[in-house]
Design a protein around this ligand. Structure first.
Ligand code: KG4
Ligand code: ZN
Length: 336
């Protein structure tokens, strides 16, 4: 039997990526052209520049993905593409190219939700993982608890009311004069600090509330840094990073466990860029073990934006005939 190959494109933010996945689970190639160095000097993603870079990179990245997988376009069974959420101009590049390829080669087109893609990265990392499970999606743009009941059945339990977890990491890092994106730098600095040094707030930590809020925490860190600067006090940046990170992690971990308990599922998966955070993985892993819950997370390369996770999601949509047509458009605020 020939494997079912899905080719996917991901251009929702600042990574141009193309990947080929076999039978939904085996990554044959996952080419990621990151624009991080381009945006770093602005301290964040500049949408106009992101779109232009995607246009420059997208075709070479697709060529590389096919070559690295050792396959031709004619071997592909379905073409997946992220159509939201994300930056509209960035999304449009992937969507336009995927539509053109699908039309020219007569291959079915699958529109993929970026957040579902992040969750599905776990199927690539763990060949035996199957729904149902609770997914904590923590990225630069989103913080959500999703009950994944089946491969095509998702129930959103709650999300952030304001900043996403990754956004809080990036904003705190920015005022601490760390490079963009700040998450990995805070993570490294936190490992050298005392997480109990400063008592930062844990918002909305009520029982069985699955909404998050991180803007108050971000302000608390900024106020702490400003008042120390005014008083010309020496600050321990490692302690600030560790205490901030601990506040984020406490809320994420306790809500994930409550959500799993309420939904009666015995598995929790981490997804999205912040899933690469070492403190989060350690704490959630420990608490899951205590509670007798299986815990999964992807390798860092599958946590941040990549097309392999989109190809995985596209495979499962292809299985049920969930195709898009040439009217597919970018949806910047697409929901789960
Ligand atoms: O999923 P992603 O690549 O893009 C979005 O869809 O948003 O996530 C990027 C986010 C950034 O906010 C980045 O700072 C954060 O993930 N991130 C981390 C770590 N690695 C990436 N946050 C905390 N600790 C990390 N190790
Ligand atoms: Zn993402």
């Amino acid at each position: 039997r020939k494997p079912c190959l899905t080719l996917a494109l991901e251009t929702s933010c600042d990574e141009t990526s193309a990947a080929v996945v076999a039978d939904g689970r085996i990554v044959l190639s996952n080419i990621i052209s990151s624009q991080i160095p381009v945006h770093q000097k602005y301290g964040g993603v500049v949408p106009e520049i992101a779109s232009r870079k995607h246009i420059e990179n997208v075709l070479p990245v697709i060529d590389q993905a096919l070559k690295a997988a050792g396959v031709a376009l004619t071997d592909i069974s379905a073409i997946g593409v992220t159509y939201g959420p994300g930056l509209v101009g960035a999304l449009l590049v992937g969507v336009s190219v995927a539509k053109a390829l699908s039309f020219a080669a007569g291959i079915p087109l699958v529109g993929v939700n970026h957040l579902e893609g992040h969750i599905f990265a776990n199927f690539l990392a763990h060949p035996n993982l199957e729904p149902p499970f609770m997914a904590l999606v923590v990225s630069g743009g989103h913080t959500s608890l999703v009950h994944v009941k089946g491969y095509n059945e998702f129930v959103l339990l709650g999300q952030t009311r304001d900043d996403a977890a990754g956004e809080a990491f990036d904003k705190v890092a920015r005022v601490m004069k760390l490079p963009y994106p700040g998450g990995p730098y805070i993570d490294a600095l936190a490992a050298k600090g005392n997480p109990e040094a400063i008592a930062f707030p844990r918002a909305l930590s009520g029982k069985n509330s699955f909404e998050f809020s991180f803007s108050g925490l971000k302000s608390a860190v900024l106020n702490y840094l400003n008042s120390a600067a005014q008083k010309q006090e020496e600050i321990n940046t490692a302690d600030v990073a560790a205490s901030f990170q601990a506040a984020v992690i406490d809320v994420l971990v306790s809500k994930s466990l409550q959500a799993a308990a309420v939904s009666g599922v015995g598995q929790i998966v981490l997804a999205g860029g912040v899933a690469a955070n070492s403190g989060l993985k350690a704490k959630l892993g420990y608490e899951c073990q205590q509670a007798g819950i299986s815990f999964y997370y992807p390798d860092p390369i599958l946590c941040t934006d990549n097309a392999a996770m989109i190809a995985c999601r596209a495979y499962y949509q292809h299985q049920i005939g969930d195709y898009a047509d040439l009217h597919l458009n970018a949806k910047p605020s697409l929901k789960l």
